[in-house]
Design a protein around this ligand. Structure first.
Ligand SMILES: NC(=O)C1=CN([C@@H]2O[C@H](COP(=O)(O)OP(=O)(O)OC[C@H]3O[C@@H](n4cnc5c(N)ncnc54)[C@H](O)[C@@H]3O)[C@@H](O)[C@H]2O)C=CC1
Ligand SMILES: O=C(O)C(=O)COP(=O)(O)O
Length: 633
């Protein structure tokens, strides 16, 4: 390999770095199986290991104590090795080629034992003579009774002594999770120390690190060496706003991304500042993502709307910048439906008013202006996922359902379709809005529409605030034309729970006001918190755009062998031909190809063999009309 001179020596720790576990702890689990004090002894061993890793106490005494507690026998080593084989760190496994290709530069320096380290690391191509570790001593019955005390690694400051003895000339970079790994750098025997935190992160160690590496991908990225994945995942920053469910944090963190959480929404200028280095942003209904915000988001790959509505996002600008937007179209629909049903009943029975009177000590037992919902006519404006679900449940409670939608929708049960909004308003007793928040729906329900409603009817808006003219509603409530109303959404909504809700509807009679909580149930939020991250990681890891609200939707098979090229471009004639001409020019064999377009953009996904002429990458990016080009490998 021509570049080998430039590559430093890598001195790599074994326990909790090369593998996910501490081998002596695992050995104790095997050797003490059946011992009634097993858990207690293992805990003592773990505590001693942690002391050692944090650089506390005498290392050699600590090692002797641990071996005494482990009480293992030679026969326990085979099951230990089997276990360790399955516990090799994920990013080590993923980058197996690195250990083989740079074997001359790689040393394992460990205070563990060759008896279990060698069988594991040599399978990765690491040279036996580059494995520096302790060896056990056994009695005649094969019991482990100690370790070779002459080996520097069994002594205090052992790694330093070993490295001095080893005398590597040239740049040395140490990778490990323990304080003793740092000490090599501290003693001036290495020029860089990576605190490896994929399996365990110790504050005493990370504090001393030149760099914190949550995976080998990060190390290879920093060292500019070939990686198995396209980009270290910890460099993908996720910003979650507006109290998004903690499952989303968990899922993105498990993916290896770096996640920041902010409880409230952000204003445009705050967002512009924050979004600079963000790759994935998660928002709910309150954060507006404008074209200007997108201009300041050079790294943005995807936006997750952890809700249904996406009217708060400039979808077109996002599309033309190659930023995919995903939402959760079904996860909170049931919650909205249940709230709407509850409110219709409450409003017909004037429950809120009576409850407030009772709290003030007033007993007003009367049936005046209180009604059952059975037999009442419910008019749904917007018969999408929420409207149609409400239709079914309302009908099962005995309501007669009418609906009006601007697109053709299948009527469920006995629901009757109205051919105009006016027809619906003239017919029904309860009007419930379930339209989306597109710009043209602003002010769609005002004085004229209230005027068309029947005397004594009920009005609900759990859709979007700007859709309704609240001044007109308030006049109709005061005049008694509208018997009651349920409002969950408002043209201006407070940014967070500390801001006062200021609105003229405060204090109106028989109006249920809720703070945009139609979709705020534990169930819905947890459903959404799982749904959206999965769509985004499917897109990032596989290219699948299913459920994207601004990209052509395509579900791709998993990439098996090969590399995947994803090319998003303006939808102009001839681009697919240009892409394929480049493949032909570079003699690249196409394993599979997929294409999906919408009016504005085309999305071409091509799977090719792993070995190819890299020049094609730049040429693909340069095809006029290219919006974004990504590779997966
Ligand atoms: N209060 C809350 O917490 C929640 C509010 N929402 C709001 O509810 C809206 C509806 O949700 P889904 O039913 O899931 O959406 P959807 O997209 O499935 O249905 C919306 C329906 O409204 C129709 N529509 C749009 N404009 C119309 C108009 N002017 N007249 C008649 N029909 C019109 C559409 O054709 C579509 O069929 C969301 O867009 C969101 O704004 C959604 C979830 C929670
Ligand atoms: O799902 C929607 O569109 C909603 O309106 C719910 O929004 P939220 O997540 O409560 O901000």
């Amino acid at each position: 390999m021509e570049t080998i001179e430039k590559v430093p020596y890598f001195v790599i720790d074994f326990d909790s770095t090369f593998t996910q576990v501490e081998a002596l702890d695992e050995l104790a689990t095997i050797s003490l199986a059946g011992n009634p004090n097993q858990q207690q002894i293992i805990q003592q061993i773990i505590d001693l290991t942690n002391l050692g890793m944090e650089g506390k106490g005498s290392f050699s005494e600590n090692l002797v104590k641990r071996l005494q507690l482990v009480k293992a026998n030679r026969s326990h080593l085979a099951p230990l090795i089997d276990l360790l084989r399955s516990k090799v760190s994920k990013s080590v496994k993923r980058n197996k080629h690195f250990f083989r290709d740079y074997a001359d530069q790689i040393y394992i320096v460990s205070s563990g034992f060759k008896e279990f380290i060698l069988p594991i690391v040599t399978e990765f191509g690491i040279k036996e003579e580059h494995v520096m570790a302790n060896t056990f001593t056994f009695d005649n019955d094969g019991n482990i009774i100690g370790c070779d005390a002459n080996n520097p690694l069994s002594q205090d400051k052992g790694k330093i002594k070993l490295m001095e003895k080893l005398g590597l000339t040239g740049d040395v970079h140490v990778i490990g999770d323990g304080y003793t790994d740092y000490e090599i750098r501290g003693a001036g025997l290495a020029s860089k120390f990576y605190a490896f935190t994929e399996n365990v992160s110790r504050a005493a160690v990370t504090a001393k690190a030149d760099s914190i590496a949550p995976s080998f991908d990060e190390i290879l990225f920093q060292e500019k060496l070939p990686m198995t994945i396209s980009y270290p995942k910890n460099r993908i920053k996720v910003l979650l706003l507006e109290n998004i469910h903690t499952d989303a944090f968990k899922l993105f963190s498990e993916e290896g991304y770096t996640v920041e959480v902010i409880a409230s929404a952000l204003e445009e200028d705050e967002l512009i500042e924050k979004i600079k280095d963000v790759s994935i942003i998660g928002i709910r209904s309150k954060t507006t993502i404008t074209a200007k915000v997108l201009e300041h988001a050079p790294k943005l790959i995807a936006i997750g709307a952890f809700c249904i509505g996406t009217n708060q996002i400039d979808l077109k600008a996002a599309q033309m910048k190659g930023v995919a937007v995903f939402n959760a179209p079904f996860s909170n629909t049931r919650s909205v439906v249940e709230l709407a049903i509850g409110e219709i009943i409450m409003l017909y029975r004037r429950t809120l008013e009576k409850s407030m009177q009772m709290h003030a000590g007033k007993w007003d037992k009367s049936a005046k202006n209180s009604f059952e919902i059975r037999g009442k006519k419910l008019g749904l404006v917007g018969y999408g996922n929420i409207g149609s679900q409400l239709s079914v449940i309302a009908e099962s409670l005995g309501m007669v359902v009418y609906y009006y939608d601007i697109v053709e929708r299948l009527s469920l049960g006995n629901a009757k379709k109205c051919s105009s909004l006016k027809e619906l308003l003239n017919t029904v007793d309860v009007v419930s809005l379930h339209v989306d928040g597109r710009a043209s729906n602003k002010g769609m329900f005002g004085a004229k529409e209230f005027n068309e409603m029947r005397q004594g009817s009920i009005f609900l808006n759990l859709a979007r605030g700007p859709v309704t003219d609240l001044k007109a509603l308030s006049e109709n409530l005061k005049s008694g034309k509208i018997l009651g109303a349920g409002l969950d959404v408002y043209e201006y909504e407070p940014k967070n729970n500390d801001e006062e809700f200021i609105n003229d509807v405060r204090g109106l009679p028989n109006v249920i006001l809720t703070p945009h909580i139609g979709g705020s149930t534990e169930e819905a939020q947890s459903n959404i918190g799982n749904f959206v991250p999965n769509r985004i990681t499917d897109y990032i890891n596989n290219g699948t755009t299913l459920h994207s609200v601004n990209f052509p939707n395509i579900q791709l098979p998993e990439l098996q062998e090969g590399h995947r090229f994803m090319h998003l471009h303006e939808n102009q004639p001839g681009i697919l031909a240009k892409i394929n001409n480049l493949f032909a020019k570079h003699n690249i064999n196409i394993l599979a190809q997929y294409l999906k377009t919408n009016e504005q953009v085309g999305y071409v996904i091509t799977d090719i063999a792993k070995i190819y002429d890299k020049e094609v990458l730049d040429e693909l990016k340069e095809i006029p009309g290219t919006i974004r080009f990504r590779t997966l490998y």
